[in-house]
Design a protein around this ligand. Structure first.
Ligand SMILES: C[S@@+](CC[C@H](N)C(=O)[O-])C[C@H]1O[C@@H](n2cnc3c(N)ncnc32)[C@H](O)[C@@H]1O
Length: 264
């Protein structure tokens, strides 16, 4: 009887492991709602409880273990490997990251604003391509995420180029000129909560942070989606807008970036 019980437990455990590690991730990777629910609500909570750590902390450990200090490319690679092999996370990711890289290299910005730092993955990607003397200001309102991002940025050796401000976009956008001597931004990367894209764009317009030719690059315009922002940016005579089709980070769900030129 004990042997039967042992077989049942081992078999059940193995079945659960196969479901958790391969079957469910494979099935949900094509479905926008299910994929976010599985990775964000189920896996993250289970792993947080089992490991008594947070996803950003686990990502930081992966950077410390696998990336070379002072080498931004190895930091980006370590995070992508962690997210593809261990745990999904809401960085822009490797696929859309290539689109981000090409926009940064085309714009060659002197002043960048990023809304939504999370663990600093896209911040590192952007900063590593900036010309000398260029700067990026990145805003993050979650203190735990900001603390991890600071360590990842320091590990990448990019502290000089990046100013991480802790606080909400709605509070900080109106203070950027006065407190940081910003004139206008050449490039703004929008990647915070999706319902803030439109109000923050209007706020940046009001505060005079955009100049003729400034570029707005918005992530996740399809998944989770930003319908009000797209409606505004595609129909306003003040912008010329273009969609770059791709996939939600580390999945096969459609997502994309919207690149919009401010016409003044
Ligand atoms: C999708 S993640 C950013 C991912 C990051 N850009 C990357 O690709 O590596 C969104 C982040 O924005 C932050 N956030 C959301 N709304 C915000 C707001 N209004 N102001 C500042 N940070 C915000 C969240 O706490 C979260 O860490």
């Amino acid at each position: 009887m004990w042997l039967t019980l042992l077989y049942c437990c081992t078999g059940g455990g193995a079945l659960l492991y196969v479901l958790y590690k391969w079957v469910i991730p494979h099935v949900v990777q094509y479905h926008p709602g299910l994929t976010l629910f599985w990775h964000d609500r189920i896996v993250e909570r289970v792993l947080d409880t089992l490991t008594q750590s947070t996803r950003p902390q686990r990502m930081l450990a992966a950077v410390h273990n696998n990336a070379t200090r002072g080498d931004p490319r190895s930091v980006v690679k370590a995070i992508d490997q962690f997210c593809r092999q261990k745990e999904w996370a809401m960085n822009i990711g490797d696929e859309k990251g290539c689109i981000l890289d090409s926009v940064v290299s085309e714009v060659n910005p002197a002043m960048v604003l990023e809304l939504g730092t999370y663990c600093g993955y896209s911040t590192v990607r952007i900063a590593s391509q900036l010309p000398p003397h260029a700067k990026i200001i990145t805003l993050e309102f979650n203190p735990q995420n900001a603390a991890v991002a600071r360590q990842i940025i320091a590990w990448a050796g990019l502290g000089e180029k990046i100013k991480l401000i802790e606080g909400s976009s709605g509070d900080w956008i109106p203070k950027l000129k006065e407190q940081f001597g910003v004139d206008t931004f050449d490039l703004v990367f929008l990647d915070h909560w999706k319902d803030r894209y439109l109000p923050d764009t209007k706020l940046m317009e009001e505060c005079g942070l955009l100049r003729k030719g400034s570029i707005l690059l918005a992530d996740n315009v399809i998944c989770p989606g930003t319908p009000e922002y797209l409606e505004y940016i595609r129909n306003s005579p003040r912008y010329k807008s273009q969609y770059f089709k791709s996939h939600l980070e580390y999945t096969r769900v459609e997502d994309g970036l919207e690149k919009s030129i401010f016409l003044g």
